[in-house]
Design a protein around this ligand. Sequence first.
Ligand code: ADP
Length: 477
Amino acid sequence: MTLHQNLINGEWAGGDAIPNINPSNTNDVVGQYARATAEDTLSAIAAAKAAFPAWSRSGILERHAILRKTADEITARKDELGRLLSREEGKTLPEGIGETLRAAQVFDFFAGEVLRLAGEVLPSARPNIGIEITREPVGVVGIITPWNFPIAIPAWKIAPALAYGNTVVFKPAELVPGCSWAIVDILHRAGLPKGVLNLVMGKGSVVGQTILDSADVNAITFTGSVGTGKRVAAASVEHMRKFQLEMGGKNPFVVLDDADLNVAVEAAVNSGFFSTGQRCTASSRIIVTEGIHDRFVAAMTERLKSVVVDDALKAGTHIGPVVDASQLKQDEDYIAIGQKEGAKLAFGGERLTRDNPGFYLQPTLFTEATNQMRISREEIFGPVASVIRVRDYDEALHTANDTPFGLSSGIATTSLKYATHFKRNAEAGMVMVNLPTAGVDFHVPFGGRKGSSYGPREQGKYAAEFYTILKTAYTLA
Ligand code: ADP
């Protein structure tokens, strides 16, 4: 089996290999991927630093063409890359192909943004002086990504970093190096000069930590756990560098008495369980008012019976496996904690056996949960959701906001009054009305509040806030 190597200063470089295992079938090795050392990572940072002056002044047509070519190749290979994604991460094939197309859309969008980079010209408060406000690239950007969106998250960080003239040291999650390797290979062949994009696969504690500790990294964009996010923050403050964090969620989905029951159930099932609940925008707190509570719970449990959990690549699978053994253990630990805390296990909770050995878990629904239980306060990151019963809209809104997180917040209602009030008062970066809490567009801001996120928003034209720095120039006429 060929070894997929790291890309450092335009050269593919070796390292000890680890297997990339398919969570739907642990006998299936997706590929061998090299692990970078701390020295490799320092070489990658040095290469990115050396490449920065030329790349930051490169022509907009060169950058546009490389990003467009990348979008085109990803689109042309959507079935193959989508399959690779499903094989290494475990989301279903339609989800894998959809995410791959999303990555292509992101590269296409930022190819366009290269051509739209504009500044401002203003008169000065003083006579005969002109003012120009321009955006400049930040320098070397460290990109650290998680395993749950193996192609979309790398795309939405790499594309704007390159579009705005930065150079990159990219460290993907150890569990899913395949899609990251593939997009770096595509960008490399699309004509990126050496050193502009460096790939260093490997351990967080080695590769990631070396990026955090380097004085030559000018900005870090990170998506992952709260614990690692805090490390990124502390190290970045130490170096006085820009940083951007996307971390956890404990997203609420409110169901009011006047909700359309079908809309509410479909959105709650999608939010809670699709992609195996392994989305930071997944909803694990379903907050339901008294008048609809029993009907909603009955419809949810009925609907969950028809959800098919199986091999991610199999036609008809709705939910693939959990990503690996340690995540499965975490999910099961929380299922035990929920029961001990007094929540009622209304559906699921059991491991499943399928044709191939994999990490299969039933979608799991708790009822009679309170918002104070650990299963309501801590991110589980699996197919586990709880129903919390509340009196009325006011208590629902209060409960929705009573969390350390603030990424996405959803409501099912047919009332314009409540929908409008909720949009204004939900303490979250994204609000969804009659829609799942997960599922976002690529051309608009993505990000949260409170413990979910830190720094400027990602995606769309707002990405420029992080990947550029402003300069204000005064000229005597
Ligand atoms: P998850 O629970 O999603 O795996 P992590 O925060 O552990 O969340 O991982 C997100 C990314 O951060 C991964 O690429 C991981 O390798 C990386 N990472 C983990 N530890 C560190 C660290 N000490 N320094 C930098 N990056 C790290």
